[in-house]
Design a protein around this ligand. Sequence first.
Ligand SMILES: [Zn+2]
Length: 439
Amino acid sequence: MNHATRLHAAWIVPVIAPPIRNGWIAIQDDRIVAVGEQGDRPAGLDAARPAPFVERDLGDVAILPGLINAHTHLELSWLRHRVPPAPSMPQWVQSLLAVRTAGATGEHVESSVEAAIDEAVSWGTVAMADIANELVSPALLRRRAVDAVVFHEILGFPGRVAPARFAAARARIETAGDASPIRLRLAPHAPYSTSPALIRAIADDAAARGWPPTAIHVAESADELQFLSTGEGAWASMLSTLGMREPSWHPPATSPVAYLEDLGFWRPGTLAVHGVQLTRAELDTLAARDVTIVTCPRSNVWVGAGRPPLEAFVACGVRIAVGTDSLASSPDLSVFGELAQLRRWAPDLPARTLLSWATVNGARALGLEADLGALAPGRRARVLAVRLPPGVQDVEEMLVSGISGADIAWVDSANPWPGPRVGAWPSRPDTAQSPAPRP
Ligand SMILES: [Zn+2]
């Protein structure tokens, strides 16, 4: 059925343009056709196919694009509340490994992934980049119609395991199927956990297939810098304990960025996750390579990695996206929560810049920029309404300052988005004609 709906609200927040007070957004057939302010005509509507044009006034809400979570580990969702915050990352990993050894049943993992997807959607997440070791998430994301890039993560430090690990992982993603809206890719875990041979194999394979880039955790903890520069420290001890030490490996005595550069890993659009320890010179290299930094601020605090160098991120001009990381190192899957942490650390950054990290930049990072990440004609109508107190003057500032889940609703205009709605709709009656269909 051909529906056209025009939603009016106190604020329209396109992100790629200034917010519009008392604006509207016109949606037809699940696409945004026009955005305007009171008095403008929705010229973009398809005149050849007259539609029941439903006018709805949502009142004191901000309408904005669905958010992009550019780094999660849905398979770790069963670890929620089980791995406490730690003063250093190796200590956090030790706790995590201890709990993981105790184990969870496959059923528990699957049901916790399902719940986590629902939770992410209820926090306004429209698409995500998920790291998967067992490939539990793709089918569940597909069932839920959430757009995602799922990175099948491989690790293993001894070089001898690289060919078999790579071949097995490659076969698994072939079997799982790579089709919209779930894209499957390979990713190495991190420079301290993955052999150079494996990192190079993944990079070469992606390049040979003309694939969009891969992702890696990089420069997360100071221990990683120590490991790459001296071959010693907490990560070296942990590799020994786990029987993963590689006697033939010699530390490159370089930074993580230079090390991965030598391995041919940085390609345009590669996701460099965390980057807490990156120097300005390394960031300049990543910016020149057109890499995207994915910052996960609350996780950085949780695991004891520290505060990311946000000022240097911005100064070097690198593209930045935002992720929550897993529920083993984050209290929830709210990208709004990450934005609030970033705002506390960087009070002088324009609010629109922060919002763009969680929307348009995230969409670009996932290869979805034509469809998601902004309110603009042609993009899919995966839009949120966030309830506001009356009289808000700076709506973008409000949105990056902490949003309660109870104030977030998906706009189910003409084509119902299947996500759950958190909280009730604002109680403003529809203003004209018949109400839009509701799920
Ligand atoms: Zn991660």
